[in-house]
Write a protein that binds this ligand. Structure first.
Ligand code: SF4
Length: 706
């Protein structure tokens, strides 16, 4: 397409946590075209297939919600109403419920795709003014186990390294992640580094062979749930072969003796048997890690989305701590954030269990600091409901109303039946979204049309703590409004107007930045103006002339009380629901390359459907054979939670005894039979409250039409 009279804007991709920089060209007819921003230090001009097609989601408004719509009662159809009518009703219902049942009867369920300013406002509204901590986010489903582990092991939820460390490392352990598909630009940097430096070693741990494993020197195709056993065995090997950093352990950590005792309690041969891998390969991993100058572990949902997710994280982080490979160039444990602004959401305290600037909800001084800053009497001490707890509370009647922003829980939360029952049982459901493709709209009493990417301004923070600015490039369609505008209008209807009067969204960022002052995530040196003028910054950025902070813990002083990192000794038993005679296979769920979450955006882009256009079940040839299943046959996957029907994809890239379903498909595309979360269990990690998406016992049978 040749564009005339172009105007050019810099912005940020709004899909994954890599946070790539984009240049958007707009012609005089409003047509958009995107390309990578060569000046962005993280993405260096690159974009993946999703990013390269992001502008199509903005230009195709056929699915967009254009006006507020409301039901006058549960059985009536949605009808177009004015913004005032819709928000007056929402305020009246919220006030009535709060008066009758208390502030914990309402809650907000938001998204790691919300901008930092949006997260800040909704957090301030419920915690400071409504008086409840009932705000949680779909980021709970992706990174909360890593957050807990970082905080406990290092003293703070702080990713220690940057993407630039990739080119400085000579050994990588990629655990429970497929960055080639899910963090593609990080993978491209890794791939290029390996191509230039063949001695760089890559170890991948995944029950599936993926595009990422194609560049691995060592692939541990482990039995699901045995991750801790494997990392402890590697730890044992490092100790046995004297590949640990004894000085670092002695001077900068605590807990090593108990860890050593634990890992020495099982031989590497025994561990290999439990994990379903070769003992020799464990020794090779020990060799690669042990001789590396720079060692980076990278992980994602395979570790986090587990009933033992926090412990899996500890066991991996321990390998960096015992080798002293942290706070040094090309070294550190690196959690790959799934969503574009999961980190920004945590900066403002946008979870039910935390406060702004990573303050601690349990700490009375921290609560007072936040309450004083907002000019409110108090912030409640009691933690709110976390993601899955919120929907259980709605189902049971402990919560009465929910306001869902920019997320589609009917497809994305585990154990979908509970979510359906919750939304049916709720007294009042508000859905604030951009698209009528969100399945949850069907259950909404009030639908509020929101502005999308390119239609609003704000900031996001990516996986490496890098804060980026997003430009407004086009106007939202119809009557859609930026989320902050909707929330501030609602706050005024609730009577909190004086504290929600902003002339510009940059003032919201300034208010958030002020609240971080003096904390470890200080961004008080940043403003929209500085981000627009100078580009991106990695926090902390404590002064207006600070260049930001690419690497943390360079002095090996950790953020714990005694400045030492903690090596946690954790049990290695998996606590997922085990396979049984009736349900002998282990189901794991995950992403495909060209789709994002529940496909409300990517599902409407023709080019992205060319890769994979329908749900499928990956099954090993031996498991298919005993079930008389041939390639492409329709199969029914079932367990005590529900059923899914898709076609079989027979492949030896998956471990025998394990099957894989993509997580993206839901009801909206008439593919209700493909909704993977019909089968996932209600189990969550007891500390992080992250669901056990990667381990559900199921049976698979050939579908026979009756
Ligand atoms: Fe967007 Fe992530 Fe792709 Fe970068 S890697 S273009 S942030 S989806």
């Amino acid at each position: 397409m040749s564009l005339i009279k172009q105007k050019t804007y810099k912005t940020t991709c709004s899909y994954c946590g890599v946070g790539c920089g984009m240049v958007v060209h707009k012609d005089n007819k409003g047509n958009l075209k995107v390309e990578g921003d060569p000046e962005h230090p993280g993405s260096q001009g690159m974009l993946c297939s999703k990013g390269m097609n992001l502008h199509y989601t903005a230009m195709d408004t056929s699915d967009r919600l254009l006006h507020p719509e409301m039901r006058w009662n549960r059985n009536s159809p949605l009808q177009r109403v004015s913004w005032d009518t819709g928000l007056d009703r929402a305020a009246a219902v919220f006030k009535t419920l709060i008066n009758k049942h208390g502030p914990d009867s309402v809650g907000f369920y938001v998204s790691g795709q919300c901008l930092t300013e949006e997260y800040y406002i909704v957090n301030k509204l419920i915690k400071g003014f409504i008086g409840s901590n009932n705000i949680d986010t779909n980021s709970r489903l992706c990174m909360s186990s890593a957050v807990v582990a970082y905080k406990m092991a290092l003293g703070e939820d702080s990713v220690p390294i940057s993407y630039e460390d990739i080119e400085l490392a000579d050994c990588f352990l990629i655990a429970g992640a497929n960055p080639a598909w899910c963090h593609p630009i990080i993978f491209r940097r890794l791939e290029a580094h390996k191509a230039k430096n063949p001695d760089v070693k890559i170890i991948v741990v995944d029950p599936r062979k993926t595009q990422t494993t194609s560049i691995a020197d060592l692939h541990f195709q482990i039995n699901p749930g045995t991750d801790i056993v494997l990392y402890n065995a590697i730890g044992r090997g490092l100790i046995e072969r004297d590949k640990i950093d004894a000085d670092f352990i002695a001077n900068h950590t605590e807990g090593f003796n108990s860890y050593r005792q634990m890992v020495m309690g099982r031989t590497i041969k025994e561990a290999a048997k439990i994990c379903g891998v070769k003992a020799d390969d464990i020794y090779w991993a020990v060799e690669y890690i042990g001789r590396a100058e720079g060692f980076i572990s990278m992980w994602a949902m395979g570790l986090n989305q587990s009933v033992i997710g926090v412990n899996k994280n500890f066991s991996l982080i321990n390998l960096s701590l015992i080798t002293g490979k942290i706070g040094k160039p090309g070294s550190g444990p690196f959690s790959l954030t799934g969503q574009p602004n999961a980190m920004g959401g945590r900066e403002v305290g946008g979870l039910s269990t935390m406060l702004a600037a990573h303050r601690d909800l349990k700490n009375p001084q921290h609560r007072k600091e936040v309450a004083d800053y907002w000019g409110v009497p108090a912030v409640p001490e009691k933690p709110g409901y976390t993601a899955t707890e919120m929907f259980e509370a709605l189902r049971d009647g402990r919560m009465k109303a929910i306001w869902i922003i920019c997320t589609n829980p009917l497809v994305s939360l585990p154990n979908s039946q509970v979510v359906e029952e919750a939304l049916q049982n709720a007294k009042f459901v508000v859905v604030q979204d951009i698209s009528n493709r969100a399945d949850t709209v069907k259950y909404a009493d009030l639908v509020l049309p929101a502005a999308a990417w390119a239609e609003k301004t704000g900031t996001m923070t990516n996986s490496e703590r890098r804060v980026s600015y997003l430009n407004k490039i086009i106007d939202p369609p119809g009557e859609a409004l930026p989320d902050v505008e909707i929330l501030c209008r609602f706050a005024k209807k609730m009577g909190f107007g004086n504290s929600f009067n902003y002339e510009d969204v940059s003032q919201i960022y300034d208010e958030h930045a002020g609240l971080t002052k003096g904390t470890r995530i200080d961004v008080s040196g940043l403003s929209h103006a500085r981000l627009k003028e100078k580009g991106t910054f990695q926090w902390p950025v404590p002064t207006s002339d600070s260049p930001g902070t690419p690497r943390l813990f360079t002095d090996h002083q950790f953020y714990t009380t005694n400045k030492r990192a903690t090596i946690y000794t954790v049990p290695d038993e998996n606590l997922s629901e085990p396979p049984t005679e009736d349900y002998p296979l282990i189901l794991t769920t995950g992403r495909i390359r060209d789709q994002w979450h529940t496909m409300t955006k990517t599902g409407k882009v023709y080019k992205l459907k060319q890769h994979i256009d329908r749900p499928f079940l990956e099954i090993h040839p031996a498991d298919a054979k005993v079930r008389n299943i041939a390639e492409g046959n329709p199969v029914v996957i079932s367990n005590r939670y529900g059923q899914v029907q898709v076609n079989a994809k027979i492949t030896d890239t998956i471990k025998k005894g394990v099957v894989f379903l993509p997580m993206h498909w839901g009801k909206i595309l008439n593919q209700s039979k493909g909704r993977a979360n019909n089968l996932t269990t209600p189990l969550i990690d007891p500390v992080s409250k992250e669901p056990d998406f990667k381990f559900s016992a199921v049976q698979v049978e050939k579908y026979i039409k009756t």
